[in-house]
Structures are given as C-alpha cells and as structure tokens.
Design a protein around this ligand. Structure first.
Ligand SMILES: [Zn+2]
Ligand SMILES: [Zn+2]
Length: 451
C-alpha cells in the first residue's frame, strides 16, 4: 500500500479539493494547527496539499527520467481533477496543454471552501444573544454522504474522517477565533446548524436554569399560573383577566427574570407545592426557573434577588439563587416527594381541648405511621390509593378550643386531612384521637428539608 498511489487513483476518477483528498487520510500523521497557519489550511487540507505536491514532484521526475507520457498523464490528473496550481504551472513550463476549467470537488461540491462564509453567517445570526459556549453543527446532503461512502469502499479507505465532522470542526474553529467563545459539544449556550446545501443557518438558544428557594409570605396565591375556566380568553367570572388567581408565585418570580434576560418565555419548576392558602416560610421551597431563549445570560443574581423582592412587594422572596443545569429540574421534583417537611397549623375543635388531649396527641402521633387514602379534595387529579406516611415529631399549644401544632413529617402527608380525618380516609387523625370534629384554619410550611 502506498498513500501516493491511492491518492492518484482517487484523483484519476474524481475531482477532489485538498481537504477532501486529505480527509481520506485524516487518521494518518498528526498535524499541529500552526502548520500552514499563514495559508489558513486545515490539517486535512494540509494532508491533501502535501500529497498533491509530492505527486507533482514525482511526476516531474518521472518525466525527466524519460517516461514522458507517464509523467504528463499524472500531472494532468493533478492539474485537472486536482485543481492543483503547482501541477498546472509545471505543465505550462513543460509546454503541455490541459483542460483549464476548474472542476468542482466531487465529495463536497465545493462547500468546504464556504466554511468561513458560513462561520460569518452563523456569527451574524447570534449577534443578539449573549453566550460563552457554542456548538457548530451541519446538515450534509445525502448525495454527498453516499459519494464519500462509495469512494471509501472503492479504495478501501480506513483512515478517513466524515465530511460532516470536518465541516463542523473547521467552521467551529473559525467561529471560536472570531468571537473568542468556546466550542462545547455537551452543554453549549447556543447551537448553530448550517445547511450545507442551501447555506441557511438555523440557531437554537439553549435555556438558562436558575435555582433558588422561595418564601411565600402571604396566603391565597397559587404556586403556578392558574387560568380561568374560560382558558385565558377572558370572561365575566375572571373579570376579563383570563386567570382564576390574579397573581402566582411563578409570575412574581419569572416576570423580573424575563425582563432582565429579554427571554422568550420562562417555565417555573417547584420542588413540590404548598396549598394556595398556606404560606411557605423558613428557608423556603426549592425551585428552578427555566429561561427560554434568553438574550442575556450573564446575570448578577444578587441584583436579581432584589429585583424579585421589589416586584413581589412583600408577597414572595427568593434566596440562594444560583445557575444550575437541566438535570437538576428532575432531581428537585423527585426529591420533594421524600423530603421531610415541618408544618405549623392552627386548628379549631368543636369542644375545648385539655392538657390530657395534648398528651394523647403527642403520645399517639410521635413516630406514628399515618394511613392516608387520597383526600377527596384532590381525588379528581391524584390517583386514589392509600399512602403510609410517618410523623416524626409533633408539638402542640392550646387555647380553649384552638390549638397550634408544629409537625415534622414525611413529604406527601396531607396535613388538613391529618386534622379532619377526611371522613375516615386518614387514620389516625386529630379528629379521631379527640373524638371531636377538628378543622385546619391556617397552615404554614416552615421547612422543606432537602439535605
Ligand atoms: Zn472537497
Ligand atoms: Zn375567565
């Protein structure tokens, strides 16, 4: 086997540019980036150029040593199918004719020459977006892939690289050089896809994820946007707002974020949720905001916390904001089901409560396992089943027929039903233990324990 023979054979059947010829030997030789730097040649173009150059010298020597026809025949292949300037000059010097039309490369249709043009277009398509990392991809027409496969099998090429990976890498290098940003295949801020056939560029701006904890300081607001039954169209029930609740934790947090990032949309992911009429206090509940197509992503998160505090005006606060990754969304959602919670609730019982009652509640419910069938009030959206949830700790203060409980329990225990008994669906319950009707007046979440 001889690389020069294979190269000449390939050229004798097809027109090939330097890059496409060199790419068939991409795994041979390790060519540093700075070789041919002044000519801006890629490593594969460097391989192809060198093969053509060596063949030109060899053919000239063959000619000089007397095998004139053989030498000229090969030089013509290099001059015509190889579009190789040194071979053309050598033939001219020897007074030989050749077909001067420049031939389009069979493997890339001349598209590799457009790499820098594509890089500039890709950069232009990203001008309104802030980014630090990018991915450069391409769509290669099928006929070019087929040609390359066919050529490889015909010449039994085992050291080649695909056209697509050369285009992606070389265009990416140009984008990096011009913008100073870094290519990142795994987790880029933005991605740009070049359609090689049409020259069209499409971009996708990857979402930005911000993690934090929110405190909901007032009752009566839902966690997420809650459309009216009119499905947002507006009706007399919702006073033409399209919303069942005027405001939500989600909107209070995402509105300043959308303003700051100039993003297309933002999605709120909570680690579980509290009831609309419950406050969320303590260190707050973890959440992640997924910011879609942000134009700005270099944010000062302390400033953002303040903006949200100002906008939410005492209703909601956020803390511990930090940038995070997409896979954390699944994690905070999954973890909320198991995270221990601490609740504070005020209860009214239909008779006065005694200290004996308190002792009984503490004794029966500390470390107790509660059997809880899906509460009636959520049965329309939750599967009907019996959950076993543990209470770890319970403390109580009484005042006549009122009681304040602090309960540390497994995530997923419905507290209102633990108090009322939900018609026997939750057992044991406060109501059951007191043999009296009991209802939850106010509920606060004091802790969501993730660690
Ligand atoms: Zn080519
Ligand atoms: Zn409505």
């Amino acid at each position: 086997m001889n690389v020069l023979n294979i190269a000449l054979q390939m050229l004798s059947s097809h027109s090939l540019c330097d890059s496409c010829l060199g790419r068939q030997f991409a795994l041979l030789g390790n060519i540093p980036e700075n070789v041919f730097k002044s000519k801006n040649l890629s490593p594969n173009a460097c391989r192809g150029f060198s093969l053509k150059m060596t063949l030109t010298l060899q053919d000239h020597l063959t000619y000089d040593l007397g095998s004139k026809d053989e030498g000229i025949k090969s030089l013509k292949i290099l001059a015509e199918n190889g579009n190789f300037e040194p071979a053309r000059e050598t033939l001219t010097m020897l007074g030989k004719n050749f077909d001067q039309t420049s031939r389009i490369c069979y493997l890339c249709d001349g598209k590799i020459e457009l790499n820098s043009e594509h890089a500039e277009k890709a950069i232009a398509s990203l001008t309104s977006y802030e980014f630090e990392t990018f991915l450069c991809g391409s769509v290669i027409p099928i006929h070019l892939k087929e040609r390359e496969d066919e050529l490889r099998s015909k010449f039994n090429i085992k050291w080649g690289e695909a056209l697509k990976s050369e285009i992606n890498r070389e265009t990416g290098k140009m984008i990096a050089k011009i913008t100073g940003k870094q290519a990142d295949l795994a987790n880029p801020d933005v991605a740009t896809i070049i359609d090689i056939e049409s020259g069209q560029i499409s971009t996708s701006i990857n979402p930005l994820f911000i993690y934090g904890r929110y405190r909901k300081l007032i009752r009566g607001i839902p966690q997420s946007k809650w459309p009216c039954k009119c499905e947002g169209i507006g009706c007399s029930v919702c006073n033409w707002t399209g919303k069942k609740y005027a405001i939500s934790v989600e909107e209070l947090i995402t509105t300043p974020i959308l303003e700051l990032t100039d993003a297309k949309d933002a999605k709120f992911h909570g680690s579980g949720r509290e009831d609309i009429d419950a406050r969320m206090l303590g260190k707050g509940r973890p959440f992640i905001v997924e910011i879609k197509e942000p134009k700005r992503r270099k944010l000062n998160l302390m400033d953002l916390e303040n903006r949200i505090r100002d906008y939410a005006n005492g209703k909601v606060e956020v803390t511990q904001l930090k940038f995070t990754k997409k896979d954390m969304v699944r994690k905070i959602k999954a973890i909320s089901q198991h995270a221990e919670k601490i609740y504070k609730c005020s209860i009214r019982v239909d008779r006065d409560i005694s200290l004996e009652d308190v002792e009984k509640i503490k004794k029966e419910l500390t470390n107790a396992t509660i059997q809880q069938r899906t509460p009636l009030r959520v049965s329309h959206r939750r599967v009907d089943k019996i959950r076993m949830k543990k209470i770890h700790d319970i403390d109580a203060k009484i005042d006549g027929n009122l009681m304040e409980l602090v309960i540390r329990c497994d995530g997923g225990l419905y507290i209102k039903e633990l108090i009322s008994g939900d018609g026997g669906r939750t057992t044991p319950s406060i109501s059951e233990l007191l043999s009296a009707s009991a209802e939850c007046l106010e509920l606060d979440v004091l802790e969501v324990q993730l660690d």
